[in-house]
Design a protein around this ligand. Structure first.
Ligand SMILES: Cc1cc2nc3c(=O)[nH]c(=O)nc-3n(C[C@H](O)[C@H](O)[C@H](O)COP(=O)(O)OP(=O)(O)OC[C@H]3O[C@@H](n4cnc5c(N)ncnc54)[C@H](O)[C@@H]3O)c2cc1C
Length: 405
């Protein structure tokens, strides 16, 4: 009898952890497992703000998939998913198709520009290794050109960041570390560089404790970041952005050489385009992470939305949740293959830390508020813990951060 075919789409936190856990939960005779991803590498999305600012090389954020999974147990297919055909249990890829008995959708997130005029064309987004590398090179090019290009303007040295959520604040933290080095390297007066953050809410880091969020804002302001709160980007142009303060009619123009939008993400478009019922573009799954209309389809990570029991708001889209969902799903797939009852997914919060560059951070870990160096060290522990779960001590030694402390 042929073995059931399990196909995982996407090798982000959700897809990779599902593959690695299935490898452990299942015996070779239980199922054939295939992982499909558009690149041959897995990357740490939560480190991309560092690669984008240039405080770490982008290669630190990524690892070859074949070096992490056991390719004798999990077949890896490098291809781009184009659509999902649930009726015929097939996935269309750019270079072929793949049939499944059980499908795990883990295609992650895309940047959401909310239809703001010119943003898609004129702003960068921190979304992948490629976009992070492009941002780093663009900023570096602006600095390198400043003293050489006769048309260079002071505003070429202005960087506007849209959004003061987790990724925006973490990116600002890296920028304030990186800019002094860039100024030294390209003989630029640091006073000429401006970093402006534009945020629609009246405060930064909306989901965080207010006192910690204020600490982050004060720290970044002490390093020269200017926050424009209760202010909305109305348009991005090749010259910068046009912004409007809440309750004001006036548009203010901020000329900038670089605009980076971190103000929102949405689910990967493929499930909705393939006819899945979605909740704001996300696959709303049951508590065992199953698509309600199809017992053979599951979703984890940012492409999925899960509501805790009796809650009105879903779990937020985070790497921590994607990883825990993947652990739960691998167990449930084993239960299903063995004819057992599945287990509901229950998120166990371990805390959240936002980095503010190499040596500063804020966060709450096991109900304890942390700031400064202890928080920065905790962030590195969190980063390395994931590597340990994924690839054991060898991966921590190769890619980890604590050895750099
Ligand atoms: C700068 C930044 C900082 C963040 N910091 C934190 C943090 O500190 N803590 C935290 O918990 N969360 C953080 N997040 C959020 C976190 O990164 C996401 O919640 C997490 O990446 C979701 O994981 P995922 O596996 O669902 O998707 P992703 O990480 O988006 O992975 C999706 C995978 O699918 C692949 N893929 C996409 N489309 C296709 C296709 N058509 N065909 C084939 N493959 C495809 C992608 O290449 C990728 O490998 C941060 C996000 C950003 C951008």
């Amino acid at each position: 009898m042929s073995k059931p075919k399990i196909v995982i789409l996407g090798a982000g936190y959700g897809g990779m952890m599902t593959a690695v856990r299935l490898e452990k939960e299942l015996k070779a005779e239980d199922a054939d497992i295939t992982l499909v991803n558009k690149h041959n590498y897995h990357y740490q999305t939560t480190w991309l703000h560092e690669a984008a600012a240039g405080t770490i090389h982008h290669d630190r954020t990524r690892m070859l998939i074949k070096n992490v999974i056991n390719t004798k147990r999990v077949k890896f297919v490098q291809d781009t998913v184009e659509s999902i055909d649930r009726e015929n249990k097939k996935v269309a890829l750019k270079n072929g198709e793949i049939a499944y008995d059980y499908l795990i959708v883990a295609l992650g997130f895309e940047s959401n520009t909310f239809g703001i005029k010119g943003l898609a064309e004129n702003a960068f987004a921190i979304r992948s290794v490629n976009t992070a590398r492009k941002i780093r090179e663009h900023i570096e090019y602006k600095f390198a050109s400043y003293n050489n290009d006769p048309d260079a303007k002071d505003s070429d040295l202005t960087i506007v960041v849209g959004g003061a959520g987790l990724s925006g604040i973490e990116f600002l933290g890296e920028l304030v570390d990186r800019i002094p080095d860039l100024c030294k390297e390209y003989d630029i007066d640091p006073n000429k560089v401006k970093i402006v953050d534009v945020e629609g809410m009246p405060f930064v880091l909306p989901p965080f404790d207010r006192e910690l969020a204020k600490y982050a804002q004060n720290y970044l302001e002490s390093k020269g970041v200017v926050f424009k709160l209760s202010t909305f980007i109305k348009e991005a142009t090749p010259e910068g952005v046009k912004v409007q303060k809440k309750d004001s009619e006036e548009l203010e123009e901020i000329q900038a050489g670089t605009v980076v939008w971190t103000g929102g993400v949405k689910a990967n478009h493929i499930p909705a385009d393939s006819g899945f019922e979605t909740n704001r573009g996300k696959i709303q799954v049951t508590e065992d992470l199953r698509y309600p209309e199809d017992d053979h389809v599951f979703a984890v990570g940012d492409v999925a939305v899960v509501f805790p029991k009796n809650a009105e708001r879903p779990y937020p889209p985070t790497a921590q949740i994607a990883i825990q969902e993947a652990e739960n799903l691998a167990k449930n797939i084993k239960h299903i293959l063995h004819g057992e009852k599945t287990e509901a997914f229950v998120y166990k919060p371990k805390g959240t830390v936002a980095s503010l560059g190499e040596k500063q951070a804020i966060g709450v870990v096991f109900d304890h508020k942390l700031t400064g160096k202890p928080a920065a060290a905790m962030k590195k522990v969190i980063d390395d813990r994931y590597l340990l779960m994924l690839g054991g001590v060898p991966l921590v030694l190769k890619k980890g951060k604590l050895n750099l402390l």
